[in-house]
Design a protein around this ligand. Structure first.
Ligand SMILES: Cc1cc2nc3c(=O)[nH]c(=O)nc-3n(C[C@H](O)[C@H](O)[C@H](O)COP(=O)(O)OP(=O)(O)OC[C@H]3O[C@@H](n4cnc5c(N)ncnc54)[C@H](O)[C@@H]3O)c2cc1C
Length: 597
């Protein structure tokens, strides 16, 4: 989206280590949020409130309002580019329910007996625009085609290894051509990092193998901060052991989670939105059930049930009318296929075994609402450097992202960043770069290739994934985090001495995987440092030793910096809060409230 916008005014190139349409966005299933109000009343204000509450109030509020307002326009933009959305009966873009997306209950009555429909202050709303359960695939294809049409130059299978930073400004990148191992220097007026997430830091993850956080890691090595790294989202419904995602659309369309006793346990943890509570709440609930011995057969998983009979029995159909198997199959074709292929379970007839899976990085490279990268808590801009998408943290997700809010973050902030980059590029001359900016990268690669083969690097990577999953996962304590910190420091030391078997130059994937692993180690270090430093529980960060949210001390974003070997520091910056006039007084537009679903 950024390339498309920028290329309307200036020459633009995309450098991608994957063939572009293989990017993880293509795996996004359930939908993209925008308050189009195609099926029922809704407003961008409802969406903004849900986003801020969903993020446990750690969301920058101006950024969230921009997101929700511009979402609507962006969806129509995508529609006009030809994105094949599903349709309503009268031909408008179809929308479905997703966790944490709600609107005020028109029938709300505070005196109604608890548990009745009228006692619920908010009810789920159909806000997620979708193309069956392949929404991301369609977005990616549509944008790629538009970029080709627009004349964007693509460098496919070029792996960025360094940023060219001169006097604190970014002036280009160094990338390795995967087919030949040749290093290339790209001299640019502006660089945008959109390298996606880093779920591969954890043992069980929904993320593709390529999601290793190269962009944020390289920025961190250049002394730039990473924001809110302690907030990593675990999606409640990953396929047991494999982590492959079963979209929240399953529950949006009426699916329900059950424990070993056949209880719909979310009724207990989130009496209002139940299975459609936000992801952090659902993931913790699954852990609680498993810990209490109510996992299926006493094991560490529960069931997700999308059978038509179950949806009808519990009256969770989004249309309010009974559904049949053909309807379920038409709404969730890919998910049903995944379950049949990877689990050998047919979800039309049986429930699916699920457990939480590492899914989404709320944190990343700090930016403002134009995608410009920030170097400190005061908001100083790094000239020439931008970021958007999952690698960035403009902080519209705060401590926990709502489902369908990532795809909309990509298009809204991608578009904004592309526009800002083009504007800036038209006003500035190219700035010089030093001779051989690729030299440090060359030296690092030569050193790695010249060392004899050592202990297998994959063993070290597994150790990182296990310690992150066990000690920095859904629940954390000072003790587990200290263990993770020491493990990561030890792995970083051993990493320095790694040697690999393949010394070749043609598609040396071993070399690249080791370099990617190095990025993950740096991000793990930043994540653990920020998690240790935040002595409260908020959104996706649950400290069992500090179980409550502590607004007095921690209503602020963290910035983690690296300095020297294995040295980190964490500083804090204020959350952007919108103030409004009410009865002659300045009051917060979104007052802090206890987050209940
Ligand atoms: C299974 C799954 C389902 C999801 N479903 C939804 C959903 O329904 N709705 C929703 O809103 N969100 C969903 N998400 C989240 C959302 O899809 C992602 O957050 C989003 O797609 C990230 O997009 P991105 O453009 O930032 O990165 P990606 O789409 O991951 O692309 C990253 C790009 O960076 C390139 N790259 C990375 N490193 C380098 C390097 N070193 N050099 C050169 N290029 C590099 C890659 O080649 C790739 O092109 C889902 C995520 C997953 C994993």
């Amino acid at each position: 989206m950024a390339a498309l916008e920028s290329s309307k005014r200036v020459g633009t190139a995309v450098v991608s280590k994957l063939y572009p349409t293989r990017s993880h966005t293509g795996a996004a299933q359930g939908g993209i949020a925008a308050a189009l109000a195609n099926l029922e009343d809704d407003s961008w204000e409802n969406h903004a409130y849900d986003t801020i509450k969903g993020g446990d109030f750690l969301v920058d509020q101006t950024a969230a309002e921009v997101l929700c307002r511009e979402a609507v326009e962006c969806i129509y933009d995508l529609e006009h580019m030809g994105l094949p959305f599903d349709r309503t009966a009268d031909g408008r873009i179809s929308q479905r329910r997703f966790g944490g997306h709600s609107k005020p209950n028109p029938k709300y009555d505070p005196t109604a007996p608890p548990g009745t429909d009228n006692a619920r202050p908010r009810v789920p709303v159909q806000r997620a625009c979708h193309a069956a359960d392949r929404t991301g695939h369609m977005i990616l294809q549509t944008l790629y085609q538009q970029c080709i049409k627009q004349g964007v130059t693509f460098f496919d299978e070029f792996h960025m290894l360094d940023l060219i930073m001169v006097d604190g400004e970014c002036r280009g990148i160094v990338a390795l051509e995967i087919a030949t191992s040749e290093l290339h220097v790209f001299h640019a007026k502006n660089v945008l990092i959109a390298t996606g997430g880093f779920g591969r830091m954890f043992k069980v993850s929904s993320n593709a193998y390529a999601l290793t956080g190269d962009g944020p890691a390289i920025a961190y090595r250049h002394g730039l901060p990473l924001e809110d790294m302690e907030f990593y989202q675990f999606h409640p419904t990953g396929i047991y052991r494999l982590g492959i995602l079963l979209s929240e659309a399953c529950r949006g369309d009426g699916g329900i989670m059950f424990n070993d006793k056949g209880e719909r346990f979310m009724e207990k943890y989130a009496p209002n939105l139940k299975d459609l509570a936000s992801r952090d709440v659902c993931s913790r609930s699954i852990y609680q059930e498993v810990r209490a011995g109510r996992g299926i057969g006493g094991k560490d998983f529960v069931y997700l049930d999308i059978r038509a009979d179950t949806i009808n029995k519990y009256k969770t159909s989004p249309t309010g009318k009974p559904v049949d198997s053909a309807w379920v199959e038409s709404r969730l074709p890919d998910i049903i296929d995944f379950a049949r292929t990877y689990l050998g379970v047919d979800p039309i007839h049986e429930p699916m075994p699920i457990q939480p899976t590492a899914h989404y990085a709320m944190g990343g490279i700090p930016t403002n609402v134009h995608g410009q990268v920030l170097r400190d808590a005061e908001g100083t801009i790094v000239a020439g450097l931008y970021s958007a998408g999952e690698s960035a943290c403009v902080s519209v997700h705060g401590a926990n992202r709502l489902g369908t809010n990532s795809l909309v973050d990509l298009v809204v902030y991608g578009r904004r960043a592309g526009r800002a980059m083009a504007r800036d590029a038209l006003e500035r001359e190219f700035q010089p770069i030093p001779p051989h900016p690729e030299a440090p990268t060359r030296t690092a690669i030569d050193a790695l290739l010249s060392r004899p083969r050592t202990e297998p690097w994959a063993k070290l990577r597994d150790a990182m994934q296990v310690t992150m999953m066990d000690n920095c996962g859904v629940y954390r304590t000072a003790e587990t985090l200290t263990k993770a910190r020491d493990d990561i420091a030890d792995l970083k030391r051993r990493y320095q001495h790694l040697g690999i078997q393949d010394k070749g130059t043609v598609f040396n994937t071993g070399l690249l995987e080791v370099l990617e692993f190095g990025c993950l180690l740096d991000l793990a270090e930043a994540t653990v440092a920020a998690a240790l430093s935040r002595r409260e529980s908020r959104g996706g960060h649950s400290r069992e030793d500090f179980p409550n949210r502590d607004d007095a001390n921690f209503f602020k974003h963290s910035l983690a910096y690296s300095y020297g070997e294995n040295q980190t520091s964490v500083v804090y910056k204020d959350v952007d809060v919108i103030m409004v006039e009410k009865d002659g007084q300045r009051v917060p537009k979104y007052p802090l409230e206890v987050r209940k679903y």
